[in-house]
Design a protein around this ligand. Structure first.
Ligand code: MG
Length: 202
């Protein structure tokens, strides 16, 4: 099982970190040991002083496939979850400066918080709304209509490089509003008004 993540998939988030808006999906991976499941707490790691939350819509792959054609992409996912792409922003900044890979900043243990899955919402014009509360205050809101590369495009593009396998997860990118967590914080994530994600920082 692999966790494929998309960076800078919302224009407003790319701009808030002073990054260019990508012309193709920016992809990176987390190992399976990054998963944080079942509403378990996130323990603040000792190697960072700047852990950020990034709330993302997450797909789970239900079919094996390579070079998926656009018209078949929708058949590769059936359910949706919320995830937090925990990021050691201080380490990521150093990696970027030196042109080094991001894994230590993005793929560390328990950096991929994942909620339970729900059936994929029937797509309407209004898109899929999601939001994150930190200590009961709204810190991020997003809508799937604002993704630069939509779900089906991501399936098509990712499968050109990486064979999709049943159980793989795709973290589809975060909207604007990313920020730090501190010990004692509570993160709660909602999709279309339904609470899916609950994570305490310890
Ligand atoms: Mg992210």
């Amino acid at each position: 099982m692999k966790i494929i993540c998309v960076g800078r998939n919302y224009v407003d988030h790319a701009k808030e970190l002073n990054n260019p808006v990508p012309k193709q999906p920016l992809l990176f991976m987390k190992p399976s040991t990054a998963l944080l499941l079942e509403e378990k707490p996130f323990y603040y790691p000792e190697f960072s002083n700047e852990i950020h939350y990034e709330l993302e819509l997450v797909l789970r792959i239900v079919k094996n496939g390579r070079h998926v054609q656009p018209k078949f992409a929708r058949g590769y996912y059936e359910q949706l979850a919320l995830g937090i792409d925990f990021t050691a922003r201080d380490i990521q900044r150093k990696c970027k400066e030196k042109g080094h890979p991001w894994e230590k900043a993005k793929g560390f243990d328990h950096s991929a918080c994942l909620s339970r899955f729900i059936d994929f919402p029937v797509p309407g014009k209004e898109g899929i709304n999601f939001r994150l509360l930190k200590n009961s205050q709204e810190v991020q809101t997003g809508n799937s209509n604002d993704m630069i590369f939509d779900f089906d495009y991501l399936i098509q593009d990712i499968s050109k490089y990486f064979k999709l396998q049943i159980g793989d997860l795709i973290y589809t990118g975060t909207p604007a509003g990313v920020g730090p967590v501190t010990i004692g914080d509570l993160l709660e994530g909602y999709v279309n008004g339904q609470k899916l994600l609950h994570c305490e920082i310890k």
